[in-house]
Design a protein around this ligand. Sequence first.
Ligand SMILES: Cc1cc2nc3c(=O)[nH]c(=O)nc-3n(C[C@H](O)[C@H](O)[C@H](O)COP(=O)(O)OP(=O)(O)OC[C@H]3O[C@@H](n4cnc5c(N)ncnc54)[C@H](O)[C@@H]3O)c2cc1C
Ligand code: SF4
Length: 487
Amino acid sequence: MADPKGFLTTDREVAETRPVGERLRDWNEVYVPGSLLPIIGKQAGRCMDCGIPFCHNGCPLGNLIPEWNDYAYRGDWATASERLHATNNFPEFTGRLCPAPCEAACVLGINQPAVTIKNVEVTIIDKAWEAGGVTPQPPERLSGKTVAVIGSGPAGLAAAQQLTRAGHTVAVYERADRIGGLLRYGIPEFKMEKRHINRRIEQMRAEGTRFRTGVEVGRDISAKDLRKRYDAVVIAAGSTTARDLPVPGRELRGIHQAMEYLPLANKVQEGDFVTPPITAEGKHVVVIGGGDTGADCVGTAHRQGAASVTQLEIMPRPGEERAANQPWPTFPMLYKVTSAHEEGGERVYSVSTTRFEGDEDGNVQWLHLVEVEFTGGKLVQKEGTGRRIPAQLVTLAMGFVGTDRENGLVEQFGLELDERGNIARDAEYATNVSGVFVAGDAGRGQSLIVWAIAEGRAAARGVDRLLTDGHSDLPYPIRPTDRALTV
Ligand SMILES: Cc1cc2nc3c(=O)[nH]c(=O)nc-3n(C[C@H](O)[C@H](O)[C@H](O)COP(=O)(O)OP(=O)(O)OC[C@H]3O[C@@H](n4cnc5c(N)ncnc54)[C@H](O)[C@@H]3O)c2cc1C
Ligand code: SF4
């Protein structure tokens, strides 16, 4: 146990953010570099000897949180990093981007602010990189077996790293021009600087993982060819089909899916463009969808110099306290102020878009909306509440409905889908096709990075068992049917 009285003597403190005016002028992460280090030991010391650490269940990776809190409190950063990597391949991603369902399940959180688990996690891994403690771990011997991983998001990367370390020869196929999936082209630089992905890829290359970018399985290489070349396949192709908004005026110029808009801003940071082909500069921007993807559009539009930014959400504003049907230790739906929301803009709840109106050149100029309310368990429009707001750039951030069906991947492999349209899998992440596994959003539906890593690790174990006659030393963190205390 860390400090037996820490939770009594120390208040919760979190990473300090840079002033809004400063961070809107650049794309770097919003936190003050180094602000956690002086406080984090004491924060880790707030972890109490609670007996049953519910945080283990809150975290889909089953991270060994009390153990590494203890090492962080004692300043034994090397052992803390070793315990952190025991369950998580990429803590620098989750430590920056995870919504931290572990903190919602923290026992201290029953009647006090929870331990700052996520901040401890990111400090341990940042210190480990800084100290040269994150080194390649190539396998001692090769199995002679080969695996293709389709998709290089967190699920594909986790599966590939586990399987490479188990001795298999792994190639990751990615249709985009760079590795990383949504970590690279969805999540903006101000939430996670891409250097964190680049150094992990260097580590993975040094361990023996091979990467093939610009290759779309289904189009550039058929499923049949891939199956001939490899002993097993992991599909980690994500859930990239965006939900659309088929209302009148949808065809006007200036209305884009979030994932048409955000990657271009990331490509500017990669040095591909000086100005993005779609920009919010000088425009009244409306973001439809109140979730994290929407918040990323808000932060991006502010940095591009939008005239105004309005985020619309059809559901009512969530409460600031747990609702009775979301008790501790479950992950509650609460009103969140993300760093993007701190930076400005307006959030409007309980509204539905009815149509778009354009100018004579076909450019969107106005968005018409109406207020909605729940009546008889259904959302209905409130009479007389229609109005229009200026909208010269509209981004649609209303979620994703499944893996890409246009490239033929699902049909060529002959994969069955589940009732939600995701790729069906069993408890070992195996699909209906022998030797083909699925991990991350492709099987789970739109979710979180922490789940993608957990599933990539678990699917790797299923593959390893297949390739080594039923024996695997790889850990099996979570089954798709397990219900962690999380979203
Ligand atoms: C804008 C945005 C912000 C988000 N922010 C957060 C956040 O802050 N925290 C969080 O926890 N989660 C966040 N998420 C969700 C999170 O990013 C995803 O749950 C996670 O990335 C899923 O990982 P994955 O590996 O399954 O798929 P992805 O990251 O989607 O990667 C799939 C990859 O497969 C590639 N691919 C697809 N088909 C093929 C093919 N046929 N051949 C070759 N390659 C293919 C795609 O190009 C892509 O690179 C966010 C999502 C979005 C859209
Ligand atoms: S990965 Fe997420 S849930 Fe797990 S310990 Fe880190 S912040 Fe918590």
